[in-house]
Design a protein around this ligand. Sequence first.
Ligand SMILES: [Zn+2]
Ligand SMILES: [Zn+2]
Length: 174
Amino acid sequence: MILNNSEKQAHYNAPQHEHIHDDYEFFLDALRDKGVRITEQRKAVIQALLSSKTHPTAIQLHEMLLETYPTMSLATVYNNLNTLIDYDLIIELQSNDGSTHYDYYHNNEPHYHAICSSCGKIVDFKYPVLSDVELVAQRVTGFQKTSHQMEIHGICPECQEHMADLHPHQLMKH
Ligand SMILES: [Zn+2]
Ligand SMILES: [Zn+2]
């Protein structure tokens, strides 16, 4: 989904663009460490994702990138996103409309997501890292954890209001 500017500001109170440089260097260092080749296109995909605050889809990133890289294919965007996922640098989120959105952790600090089942909006929230849950998961399943995500699914405030307008009596039963 595409958010208008006032919605973007409402959803993100993190300072815009200030730390992108640090995150970018972190990504490049991590890839170099793993011996991953860093191409111009790879850099461009990373920069596009880091500068986006709206959990973009690959198609939205591709549209952003076409402004500067008119010959870049959507497949290239997907390939690069998949590489970044393979190295745990970015995460995938499924919206209720079946589309896949991409995100990263600013300063490598995990944050979590609330996803609206009605409009598909994805909103960030912070919570102390769930290290206990990871330990329990490792103990119970024997898995060696590499990452974790948490998603809360529900109805966003705007959709709640919209539903209250449409069905005033249903909501009053709560
Ligand atoms: Zn909603
Ligand atoms: Zn996020």
